[in-house]
Design a protein around this ligand. Structure first.
Ligand code: GDP
Ligand code: GDP
Length: 453
């Protein structure tokens, strides 16, 4: 499970500065994205082979009606669900009453908490440490978020205990290795779990109805997990002799023959389920159309690179005019997820639900197939032949060969000269070419360049 780190502290201590630094250190693609809720930001970050989720919980000033009131709701939930809390204080400002109130709250919660003294570029770290020792949350770790100082030691303390990505599972998987690179694990359908599918969506879009529907007729292999608020439930089952595991974020519980939802929506749980899945079935409510919250969640799915199938639920009983409107709206607003199949379903009546499996299988196959180097290189050569990369300062960019660097999403590593100058439009052209020739559906593709030789 992907660890979750919550940043907590009063306003202006440097939480968003740290958040931005952590989420930007990810080596590839976009890391920052809009918050899922107004006063909260969620981001994906990577440190030494470990992917983690970082939450900026918004400022707690202590001026409000008691600290508990302010920390209630999503903020409190985020802290509860975090594996570790980074409690940030401001070395320049020194110890404040608000810091003490937050510390008191955190001590009561009994969480793995690290005291982080930020802005030590302005104060001697030893003085900062002494200043904050009355908080009794252990020795402060000195950092300067704005300058990147002390970040490694801080992450070592907070994340060092977690295994690297993929270490826990796929032990038997043969990693994709290329010269001079750290091997990346390629997720495949493990014997035990089959394809891991996460059912994701806002509250009330019909997730638990869909889970019920998908499991209703299938053979559920084991089902004895008692989920906690924080953990999703993993339900292995078989369908047409194919193995799957549903990652259920809606908190569906079995009651005799039916399943019922007993838990509320949780952002952290949703983000973790996305990370852990091979394929995400993203559920939206056709009657409400595409709303902002859908787009934010979808943004996160894209950021993780998981394979994606979109389900427009509650399609039953809709007027033809309404249907046309929703379809047009989808085309316009979901351009950024153009690679995903869209299904119009009714979880309530079961219409269209069976068809989801075909898209799930196709997306999964596209996401994890191991394309050989010569195939990827041939496609590159043909693409270059058809459209030369542009001249930069009178010299032509040379792209020599390509190989697979990872899966789910497929990562295509292209080696060549002057690769720093490849324009975005050319990368998009290559991406589209690979997608077309390899007939990839339901998964994003990532392209990375390696220069030098
Ligand atoms: P937040 O309200 O806790 O999210 O705090 P911000 O990240 O917005 O930072 C508040 C102010 O502190 C901004 O003006 C930052 O530029 C500044 N700041 C953040 N980190 C550092 C640091 O390491 N050193 C110094 N000197 N200033 C910092
Ligand atoms: P969740 O919060 O996403 O798990 O949503 P639920 O599965 O609890 O569904 C929320 C509400 O939408 C319930 O009242 C369901 O009966 C209803 N609902 C779910 N799927 C459909 C559907 O396909 N059509 C219609 N008309 N209602 C549905």
């Amino acid at each position: 499970m992907v660890p979750v780190i919550a940043l907590v502290g009063r306003p202006n201590v440097g939480k968003s500065t740290l958040f931005n630094r952590l989420t930007k250190t990810r080596d590839a693609i976009v890391a920052e994205y809009a918050g899922l809720t107004r006063d909260r930001q969620y981001g994906e970050a990577k440190w030494q082979g470990r992917t983690y989720i970082v939450i900026d919980t918004g400022g707690i000033s202590g001026d409000e009606e008691g600290i508990d009131a302010k920390m209630a709701g999503q903020s409190l939930q985020a802290i509860e669900e975090a594996d570790a809390v980074l409690f940030m204080v401001d070395s320049r400002a020194g110890l404040t009453v608000a810091d003490q109130m937050i510390a008191e709250h955190l001590r009561k919660r009994n969480k793995r908490t690290f005291l982080i003294a930020n802005k030590v570029d302005t104060v001697d770290p030893e003085i900062a440490r002494a200043e904050f020792s009355p908080l009794a949350i252990g020795d402060a770790l000195p950092i300067a978020a704005a300058h990147g100082r002390g970040i490694q030691a801080m992450l070592e303390a907070a994340l060092g205990i977690f295994p690297k990505d993929g270490d826990a599972e796929q032990e038997d998987e043969e990693p994709v290795v290329t010269e001079g690179e750290e091997p990346r694990r390629v997720p495949g359908p493990s014997e035990k779990d089959g394809i891991k599918i996460a059912i994701i969506g806002r509250p009330n879009v019909g997730k638990s109805t869909l889970v019920n529907r998908m499991l209703g007729e299938e053979r559920v292999i084991v089902y004895d997990q008692a989920g906690t608020t924080r953990d999703s439930i993993y339900i292995p089952f078989e369908r047409n002799e194919e193995k799957y595991t549903l990652i259920d974020t809606a908190g569906v519980r079995r009651r005799g023959k039916i399943f019922e939802a007993v838990e509320k929506f949780s952002v952290v749980k949703t983000l973790q389920a996305i990370q852990d899945a091979n394929v995400v079935i993203f559920v939206m409510d056709a009657r409400e159309g595409v709303v902002e919250h859908d787009l934010n969640l979808l943004g996160f799915v894209l950021e993780t690179g998981r394979a994606l199938v979109i389900a427009l639920n509650k399609w039953d009983g809709m007027e033809p005019g309404q249907r046309d409107y929703v379809k047009t709206e989808l085309e316009r607003r979901l351009l950024f997820a153009h690679f995903a199949d869209i299904h119009f379903i009714s979880a309530l009546h079961g219409t269209g639900v069976g068809h989801l499996y075909k898209s799930v299988q196709a997306a999964f196959a596209s996401a994890v197939t191991r394309w050989p180097t010569n195939r990827l290189t041939q496609i590159l050569e043909d693409a270059v032949q058809e459209h030369q990369p542009p001249l930069v300062n009178g010299r032509r960019i040379k792209l020599r060969y390509a190989h697979l660097g990872g899966a789910n999403p497929p990562l295509i590593v292209i080696h060549g000269n002057q690769v720093d100058t490849v324009p975005k439009s050319y990368t998009r052209y290559l991406e589209n070419t690979y997608r077309r020739v390899l007939k990839l559906v339901g998964t994003p593709i990532r392209i990375e360049y390696k220069g030098g030789e």
